[in-house]
Design a protein around this ligand. Structure first.
Ligand code: GLU
Length: 615
């Protein structure tokens, strides 16, 4: 038999991969698989965010909502919103509305919940009262709960007495032994009572998704503990005397009926979880999996509070923090990822999220948030995304409030404020933090009267490099350069044209150093020219590069500012029409201006000496 042609042999073989790459590849596969197994459920997760409308969304609760949202999205499950408004007395009137706004602003759209509805509603606990009462009845019937007719006054006195005896808080068990008949009769006569869970054994341990096996502690003792003077029962209240459920009952009943598979919540609820697990057991329901996320603390290890920036989400939003930034920042508060960069959009986080969450408290460092803000602004400028438009709109709104309309019109001429701001932002996005900071950094773009400090040549501004007259570029040379750059007509007034002209001018018109009669280097000249132009145009403030600044300000404004600057540095104040114009030799470069502005749109070309065309 003939052997196959060599070409075929080559094609049929697997591509050659070096040993190291092969090892890396297989360990990545193994790691991904392992991560997935340990840190991600293998079926779609149904998660929920269950805020009480007793306050607004803050950084900690946003992070809880986000982790639940991400777990659902990462596994192809559903994210629910449930309003836990059982504590009507503490309900803040507009909290619910604000919660919706803030979650939606951050991009955490819920799949089921208030407003959008869903198959397991209603999603507000105040509308589910009868369900909790019915479930409490079921527990009474099965013997896992009992009615307690002790009056609040009696319980109060009891608590004080126990305290005096040095006994732990608890119930003395007066109503534990009431017969079913008596209990029914007294309830039928509408005698005020609560319903308590009958705890007969220690609360069970549970496997926390973050902390592992946990739960056994003192509070987990169940049944009666006898002491010389008084018995102690844990028996927590499930239904209050007004017929409303406690948080514990409502939370468990709802998570069950809403088919929640995973609960991610703050560690402040961790001590209640064993009791919740006991409650599930009493109902004979399968509990969801629980994962508790640790506290957010400031740099001194103090719990975040209103004083140290755990302010509500709206205040970040009102400052101008981008949703992308806040989501990215919150996601990094306790989640350790293996992606090479911390800068991620919501979509990227959704694709990478897992439950590799820290067990230690999380320090919130706001410098990181501003770093992410700059990164997201820069990315939006590069990609031209809707985030960029969003930033521009915010700055525009603030600029309109900050500057009088006539002032803006005098700068904008026929341009729109929106586009004008967009052109500045395009060049400064990598330093963008907030609209207010943007306007203050770029103030020179919004006012015709710019504050210029006295002009300082670069050679004088550096401490490490003592002033040397050798490096000084004579001011008239700088005036001439600015005048030459002004010759470009509006039709050709672009950053590219200015770059070309600055390069051409600084390489062809080198001034001579007055002391030694030597030509200055192009680098020295260019450095000084940029320094002078920045001072002349924007008072020396940081911002877009000089060619871009000229392009943004427009010819008329630049010419005016150059004239002003010339006057301030010992030259004759140069006003268009009086200064350099027409055909002439400026600083050694031949500059041509064919017509006056407005006479025609022809421009003779850049200041670069024309190359001789080969014929
Ligand atoms: N309503 C509780 C809260 O506001 C929910 C706790 C939980 O997620 O179970 O934190």
């Amino acid at each position: 038999m003939r052997s196959p042609p060599r070409l075929f042999l080559l094609r049929s073989r697997a591509p050659w991969v070096c040993k190291t790459c092969r090892a890396n590849f297989s360990s990545t596969i193994a790691r991904t698989a392992k991560d997935k197994k340990i840190y991600l459920p293998d079926a779609p997760a149904r998660t929920r965010f269950a805020p009480s409308p007793t306050g607004y969304l803050h950084l900690g609760s946003l992070r809880t909502a986000l982790f639940n949202y991400l777990l659902a999205k990462r596994t192809g499950g559903q994210f629910l919103l449930r309003i836990e408004d059982t504590d009507q007395k503490r309900t803040v009137p507009d909290a619910e509305k604000r919660l919706y706004e803030d979650l939606q602003w951050a991009g955490l759209q819920w799949d089921e919940g208030p407003v959008v509805g869903g198959p397991y509603g209603p999603y507000r606990q105040s509308e589910r009262t009868s369900l909790y009462a019915a479930e409490a009845q079921n527990l009474i019937k099965s013997g896992h709960a009992y009615r307690c007719f002790c009056s609040p006054e009696r319980l109060d006195t009891l608590a004080r007495h126990r305290n005096e005896l040095g006994l732990p808080a608890g119930y003395d068990g007066t109503c534990t032994g009431l017969s079913a008949v008596e209990s029914e009769e007294r309830a039928a006569k509408a005698e005020t009572h609560v319903v308590r869970l009958r705890v007969t054994e220690p609360y069970p341990m549970f496997n926390d998704l973050v902390f592992g096996k946990t739960g056994q502690n003192k509070a987990a003792q169940g049944g009666v503990q006898k002491s010389e003077n008084m018995n102690t029962y844990v028996d927590p209240i499930l239904l209050k005397s007004d017929g409303h459920p406690t948080y514990h009952l409502a939370n468990v009943v709802d998570d069950h009926y809403m088919k929640i598979t995973h609960v991610i919540r703050g560690t402040e609820w961790m001590s209640s979880t064993p009791m919740h697990v006991a409650l599930y057991k009493a109902f004979q329901w399968q509990p969801p999996k629980f994962g508790h996320v640790t506290l957010l603390v400031d740099e001194n290890g103090q719990k975040l509070s209103k004083r140290n920036a755990d302010i509500d989400i709206a205040s970040y939003r009102n400052q101008g923090v981008l949703p992308d930034t806040l989501v990215n920042f919150s996601a990094l508060l306790g989640w350790s990822h293996t992606h090479k960069s911390d800068i991620m959009t919501m979509k990227e986080i959704e694709e990478r999220f897992n439950l590799k969450l820290t067990k230690g408290n999380v320090t919130v460092a706001f410098e990181k948030m501003w770093y992410l803000q700059k990164a997201h602004a820069q990315r939006s400028a590069k990609e031209g995304s809707s985030t960029f438009d969003n930033i521009v709109d915010q700055i525009t709104e603030l600029a309109e409030k900050t500057y009088p309309a006539e002032q803006l019109t005098s700068i904008l001429k026929s341009r729109t404020l929106n586009l004008y701001i967009a052109s500045i932002l395009t060049h400064t996005a990598r330093t963008y933090t907030t609209p207010a900071a943007f306007l203050s950094q770029n103030a020179a773009f919004f006012t015709p009267t710019i504050a210029r400090p006295p002009y300082t040549p670069t050679t004088q501004s550096s401490a490490s490099q003592p002033q040397s007259s050798n490096n000084n570029i004579p001011l008239p040379t700088l005036h001439t350069a600015a005048a030459a750059l002004s010759l470009v007509p509006p039709t050709h007034w672009t950053a590219t044209m200015h770059t070309q002209n600055i390069n051409a001018f600084t390489s062809s018109s080198l001034p001579t150093d007055q002391d030694q009669g030597l030509k200055q280097s192009t680098t020295t000249f260019k450095k000084e020219l940029y320094n002078y132009l920045r001072w002349a145009l924007v008072g020396g403030s940081h911002g877009p590069g000089i060619p871009a600044t000229m392009g943004i300000l427009g010819r008329e404004e630049c010419v005016r500012r150059f004239g002003e600057a010339r006057g301030l540095t010992g030259g004759e104040e140069w006003v268009e029409g009086k200064g350099v114009k027409g055909r002439g030799k400026i600083g050694g470069t031949r500059v041509e201006k064919k017509k006056e502005e407005g006479e025609g749109d022809e421009w003779m070309g850049s200041l670069a000496p024309k190359k001789k065309e080969k014929v």
